[in-house]
Design a protein. Structure first.
Length: 107
């Protein structure tokens, strides 16, 4: 398993009333050998969120849709570690990412 993993948390609203300009996306990175907690490496709204998602798809980075988490994470600065009260939730997401990493390494 690699020591650094990325994930993208996206606010994806499927209703017509929510346009691209309302979409938010936050990308996280965690290197267990270097970081004490996952940190924000990209964050944006509207077309910036779309670019973050496009890059995540191009790099096969897993995307998690969760509007509640993205609202909290979007308030953080780039390079800032996630708050301690989100450790459990983000750990679940990263656990999923790690399991995908292991699964794909078998091919």
């Amino acid at each position: 398993m690699s020591s650094a993993n990325n994930s993208n948390i996206n606010q994806d609203n499927d209703t017509a009333k929510n346009s691209i300009k309302d979409k938010k996306s936050v990308a996280l990175k965690y290197n267990k050998n270097k970081d004490s907690a996952p940190k924000v490496i990209a964050s944006g709204k509207g077309s910036i969120a779309e670019k973050i998602l496009k890059k995540a798809r191009e790099e096969n980075i897993p995307i998690k849709n969760d509007s509640d988490i993205v609202e909290v994470l979007a308030k953080l600065d780039i390079g800032e570690e996630i708050p301690e009260d989100l450790y459990r939730v983000i750990a679940e997401i990263l656990s999923f990412v790690y399991s995908l990493d292991e699964k794909y390494r078998q091919f």
